[in-house]
Design a protein around this ligand. Structure first.
Ligand code: NDP
Length: 320
């Protein structure tokens, strides 16, 4: 089978197509024939070595959806032929992947195949940000960075659905159009000071909640654009790690939370509940992962370049 592996950490060029033996599912594991794999920023962090990729060579990719083609001993809740999705696999950029059965998420029959592969990681992240950490209420004011991006455009949809007034930053006119089409006010943070723009539109108060997955270039501004007693969630660093801060001086009476999806899907019960709500949003039609493009599996390196170069809106998928 084909697997996109890296034998050393580095730029997108380290991703190469290797021919490897298909893995057999062990006890409590299932093997999934991958229909589509999702591309996420964490794949870049692992490829560059910012996050520890473990033993090398490593197969890239954590997310995808497909059909169970073999089950290991002890698996009783999932059967061959079931459609499943996942977000924390080791090696989703491949023809098949083996995952623990307890991490396999059943896919509803009426969910489109692109949505099944696109929503697990970024959709559940948007869900825990807007529904769990700081449940957004009608009338709340929310700032979402990289609002045309993968997590961003889904977080905007959750916040708008909750009745919030949403401000979404982004870097091009095309992305701004997309952000506006989702029901948020777009702010071009490449052109204007987004803190001033937010304060101007909130009577100098600032937002109740700022969702920051950009990091270095936005973090201090996110705090400045948040009202006293408001909350900032720092959940990513697409532009690099934020500079060190003096918490009391910077935050004042605001709350700062950092978070990872893995900590919000720790038990099978929580995983299925969260995924179920995300998939339900998609089948009901109010939540939709915008598919930027579907590239052949072999073009994983190109997919990473596009994501790193800020050339994508919504979701990138790879098709084996
Ligand atoms: P996106 O599709 O959002 O892509 C990143 C976006 O960030 C770009 O499109 C770009 O939008 C913006 N950006 C701003 N500055 C830079 C820069 N210097 N380099 C690259 N991009 C930049 O990616 P994802 O949705 O996959 O991930 C977004 C963030 O969320 C990442 O930091 C990721 O690690 C994090 N994340 C965290 C999770 C968690 O649970 N903690 C789970 C999932 C993702 P624009 O051009 O509009 O500025």
């Amino acid at each position: 089978m084909r697997a996109i592996r890296f034998h050393e950490t580095g730029g997108p060029e380290v991703l190469r197509v290797d021919d490897v033996r298909p893995p057999d599912p062990g006890e409590n594991e299932v093997r999934v024939a991958i229909d589509l794999a999702g591309v996420n920023y964490i794949d870049i962090y692992l490829r560059t070595g910012l996050y520890d990729p473990g033993d090398l060579p490593a197969t890239a990719g954590k997310e995808g959806a497909g059909v169970v083609e073999a089950i290991g001993e002890g698996v009783d809740q999932i059967a061959e032929g079931d459609r499943v999705a996942f977000f924390d696999a080791r090696g989703a950029y491949a023809d098949v992947v083996v995952i623990p059965a307890e991490r396999a998420i059943p896919v509803p029959a009426d969910l489109e195949r692109e949505q099944a592969a696109a929503l697990p990681l970024q959709g559940m992240t948007a869900h825990y940000l807007i529904r769990t950490i700081r449940p957004v209420d009608p009338g709340d004011r929310v700032l979402v960075h990289a609002a045309a991006g993968g997590v961003g455009h889904l977080a905007v949809q959750f916040a708008v659905r909750a009745g919030a007034e949403v401000f979404g930053t982004c870097s091009t006119a095309e992305k701004a159009e997309r952000v506006e089409s989702l029901g948020a006010a777009a702010i071009r943070y490449d052109e204007v000071d987004f803190v001033e723009a937010v304060l101007e539109r909130t009577d100098g108060e600032g937002v109740d909640l700022a969702i920051d997955g950009v990091g270095k270039t936005t973090f201090e501004g996110s705090v400045g654009a948040t009202r006293t007693r408001g909350q900032v969630i720092l959940f990513g660093q697409a532009s690099g790690a934020p500079d060190p801060i003096r918490p009391r001086e910077l935050l004042g009476s605001r709350t700062l939370t950092t978070a990872s999806l893995f900590d919000y899907t720790r038990t099978r019960e929580e995983l299925l509940e969260r995924a179920g709500e995300v998939f339900r949003g998609a089948t009901e039609g109010w939540l939709h992962a915008e598919i930027d493009r579907v590239l052949p599996l072999e073009e994983a390196g190109r997919a990473h370049r596009l994501l790193e170069d800020r050339k994508t809106k919504g979701k990138l998928l790879l098709e084996p």
